[in-house]
Design a protein around this ligand. Structure first.
Ligand code: ADP
Ligand code: ZN
Ligand code: ZN
Length: 820
């Protein structure tokens, strides 16, 4: 007997055994997909992991439903990498599988309703009105879906009716699996081969002498075919010959023209010829040489180059070399939506070799990119993508570029696998023996530490390209300004003056406020009450545009309150402020300026971000207000002023990375100013102008920041001196969260006693309830010199005992390795 081990896209950590026939076993390969039954009625897409002849001992293996692939859709290097992710980040292989594979390749299982052949007509009264509608529909159609039934009887909840029809043995349910990826087909035409000879063609034209329009179409197609070897689209022919689709159709019907379909990519690069990459200046060339030298002995090199030093052009040279060797290149970015400019730039150099793997792409589009990478067919030789692109089916990686390596968004937060794409990329590089280049103007403390102690190579560029000066950063004390009554709304006189100046010169302004919405909190001046989310322990945020109060954690919304819910007073005022309010104040202060706003509220649509950027680029917007989205590698020529509305709410984050992050944000957002000859200006408004981090950011003192931060990390035992594993306990029942986390804590204390590993907690986080679930955290700090693997094994053992306690089984525990 033959069996296969498969991975199912679910959180259970083990693989599952299914039975296959001898022929199937001979055909199947690791990495092919099969549909398998699971549980009572579910069908899942599973991935073949092993093929063998060992029957499972504990249960009888079910047979597979069907084989879905003729070749593997997952490469073996990829599987190896997924295994590392699952083991390092403490999740199941199935969770990695699910995160990696485009949803269109995971079959969907949907209920299909069929009529029951055994059923015999029992008279009108047997059915309710609604039931008879369904019955009737099934006389005309062989099957219905739940949605169809809902449409037929015009009501949402159809389950009671279906249940009744099943009991009356009128219908049957069938769980059907189907493949959702459909290649896009386009309609093409060609001359029928009967008319390939000159005589046949002229005879044809004679017979068409009276059908003038048809004759024109034939002549046009003839000349188009003469001009190009490429297939001709029906649409093109219609446009070229200005004929209606009816004319073309009648020619097809007559057999003069032949219609055919070809599969085409949805995501196609349609640019012109590529251009040569730029010649590097002396600093860039020097950096390139150093990087290549260091790659001789190191797998990972950090390129620390100030903003606008031209790092991208250096990457491009390295990419050219990898391509020349026929290798694949992975270019990772923190957020793909923010990279329209970069995509354009790379496509200019590399044309159709660049593929983008994008969460905003449709499922089908993602399958196409996946297949190009899997086949290594040259169309995806360079893959540009965010986090999840590390999970793609590479087989021959030569180079990985991690741009903006310091970005915290490289770490996946929810759901599992909670991996860090930069760290994972380094492991991926090892697997492929590829080189990894980390690039940034503001390295993360961990990476810089690794570069300093020689684990990574280090190359620096300290000058901006073309001698452009670093921006001039000025700190403005708004405590003082308030005292002297020099504030208008949230703007100091200094910032207003600078904006005026820039606008007068026809230059653009970027304003940074790290909060969306209008004002976070509405507060009663009488009793101090502020409206809370009913599902989460947070105050609701006021959104002016919709006149609503909204929860940023669960999306709960209610109409704006006119009076206090607690005491009825109408003396309500707002506390704090967001991007929306800044945009409003700007409209009053600078009525002639065109103001744009960029935050997650205004950039939800597929191309909304691009549209906003394009109109900023075209100078249709004078002042752009935004959240940290603005800080990402954008390159605008006309921006001379950047304002940070309030630096303090960055610094006050309760997080060991808050200071490092503030430095990075300020440096990055400042980097948007003055990218041409004129020196850019940055104004930072703050209540604490003497804060060390702000001082360091204002004079570009990365070294100083790093020294302070690494000392603090050492003193308070944070990474890179320890590895942090964070456990989050979640349950709707308050005391269950308490009891279970206490139990777990005791177990951890016993296991790690005297080992140097610290266990902290359990504590409620700042927001202790989200979507009606209580949360409690335990932090485990494992010293860098201790075996992470052994520690994880010990934790997993505790987990096993925990799961065996009936009272705790419904408590969810999230394991977050290298938690941020
Ligand atoms: P960084 O990524 O370091 O912030 P970029 O690579 O975006 O910097 O370069 C900044 C600007 O300088 C871009 O507009 C880029 O086109 C230009 N630039 C960089 N290097 C060159 C070069 N060698 N030749 C011409 N222009 C360059
Ligand atoms: Zn009140
Ligand atoms: Zn909420």
């Amino acid at each position: 007997m033959h069996f296969i081990d498969v991975i199912l896209p679910i959180p259970l950590t083990k693989t599952f055994v299914y039975q296959v026939s001898e022929r199937e076993a001979a055909f199947l390969k690791k990495g092919m997909r099969v549909a398998v039954p699971f549980g009572k009625s579910k069908i899942y897409t599973a991935l073949v992991y092993a093929i063998h002849q060992n029957a499972p001992t504990a249960y009888k293996a079910k047979e597979i439903d069907q084989i879905l692939d003729r070749v593997s859709v997952v490469s073996w290097q990829q599987l190896q990498f997924w295994e590392w992710i699952a083991s390092y980040y403490m999740c199941s292989l199935g969770e990695v599988f699910k995160a990696a594979i485009p949803a269109a390749l995971l079959l969907e299982s949907e209920t299909i309703i069929l009529s029951n052949k055994k059923f015999q007509w029992q008279g009108e009264d047997f059915f309710s009105d609604e039931e008879s509608l369904v019955y009737e529909a099934l006389q005309h159609q062989s099957s219905l879906k739940i949605q169809d039934v809902s449409d037929i009887i015009d009501r949402k909840n159809v389950l009671p009716i279906l249940k009744s029809l099943i009991e009356k043995e009128v219908i049957q349910l069938k769980e059907e699996v189907y493949e959702t990826y459909k290649p896009k087909l386009l309609r093409y035409v060609k001359m029928h081969e009967d008319y390939s000879s000159d005589e046949a063609l002229s005879a044809l034209l004679d017979t068409l002498s009276r059908a003038k329009k048809q004759r024109e179409v034939v002549l046009k197609l003839f000349s188009m075919e003469a001009m190009t070897k490429k297939p001709i689209l029906v649409k093109e022919l219609e446009a070229e010959s200005q004929a209606s689709s009816g004319v073309v159709k009648s020619l097809i019907d007559k057999g003069v023209l032949q219609e055919y379909h070809l599969q085409t990519d949805r995501v196609q690069y349609e640019g012109e010829e590529t251009v040569d990459s730029k010649t590097l200046n002396e600093y860039q060339s020097q950096a390139l040489t150093q990087i290549k030298d260091q790659f001789e002995t190191k797998d990972v090199v950090l390129l620390h180059g100030v903003t606008s030093s031209g790092k991208t052009e250096v990457y491009v040279k390295l990419i050219e070399q990898a391509i020349a060797k026929g290798q694949q290149v992975l270019y990772l970015l923190p957020e793909i939506a923010l990279t329209t400019q970069l995509i354009k730039r790379l496509q200019q150099y590399f044309g159709g070799m660049v593929s983008v793997y994008h969460s905003k792409y449709s499922n089908n589009e993602r399958v196409e990119v996946w297949n190009h990478i899997l086949k290594a067919d040259g169309k995806a030789q360079i893959v540009l993508g965010a986090r999840s692109a590390v999970l793609l089916p590479f087989s021959n990686l030569g180079l990985i570029v991690v741009d903006e390596e310091h970005e915290v968004s490289f770490k996946q937060f929810d759901p599992a696998p909670r991996y860090h794409a930069r760290d994972a990329a380094i492991v991926l590089g090892k697997l492929h023996q590829a080189k990894v280049l980390l690039g940034t103007a503001t390295p993360s403390v961990e990476t810089y530490h690794n570069a300093q102690n020689g684990k990574y190579g280090l190359v620096e560029i300290n000058r901006r390209y073309a001698g452009v000066l670093m921006p001039d950063i000025e700190l403005t004390d708004i405590k003082e300004k308030h005292r002297k009554k020099r504030m208008k709304g949230h703007f100091s006189d200094r910032l207003i003056e600078a904006i005026e100046e820039a606008l007068e010169l026809g230059e653009q302004v970027i304003l940074f406020q790290n909060r969306r919405g209008y004002a976070p909190i509405l507060e009663c001046q009488e009793c101090g009450n502020s409206p809370q989310c009913p599902n989460c322990d947070v105050s609701l945020t006021y959104h002016h545009y919709r006149d609503q109060l909204r929860c940023h954690y669960c999306g709960h919304a209610m109409a704006m309150q006119k009076s206090c819910i607690a005491c009825g007073s109408s003396d309500l005022s707002t506390k704090g402020f967001g991007t929306e309010q800044i945009a409003h104040e700007l409209a009053d202060l600078f009525p002639k300026a065109k103001v744009g706003r960029m935050d997650s509220d205004t950039t939800r649509g597929k191309y909304s971000y691009e549209k906003l950027l394009t109109s900023f680029e075209r100078l249709e917007i004078d002042i752009l207000v935004g959240t940290q989205m603005l800080t990402k590698g954008l390159d605008f020529r006309k921006v001379s002023l950047v304002g940070v509305m309030n630096a303090d709410n960055l610094l006050n984050f309760p997080d060991f990375r808050a200071h490092e992050r503030s430095f990075q944000l300020i440096q990055q957002v400042s980097g948007r100013a003055g990218r041409t000859q004129k020196r850019g200006k940055v104004i930072i408004q703050t209540y604490n102008p003497y804060h060390q981090i702000l001082q360091q950011a204002s004079v570009n003192d990365y070294q100083g920041m790093f020294k302070d931060q690494i000392n603090e990390r050492h003193q308070f035992t944070y990474p890179p001196f320890v590895r942090i594993i964070k456990l989050v306990f979640r349950h709707r029942d308050y005391s269950k969260v308490n009891d279970s986390s206490d139990w777990y804590m005791q177990a951890l204390k016993t296991v790690f006693k005297g080992s140097g590993t610290q266990v902290l907690g359990p504590v409620f986080p700042a927001i202790a309830r989200i979507r009606n679930e209580y949360l409690k955290n335990i932090i485990i700090k494992i010293p860098a010199h201790q075996s992470l693997n052994k520690s994880k094994q010990a934790i997993l053992k505790i987990d096993k005992s925990f799961q065996a306690i009936p009272a705790y089984r419904s408590v969810r525990i999230i394991y977050n390795v290298d938690a941020q």
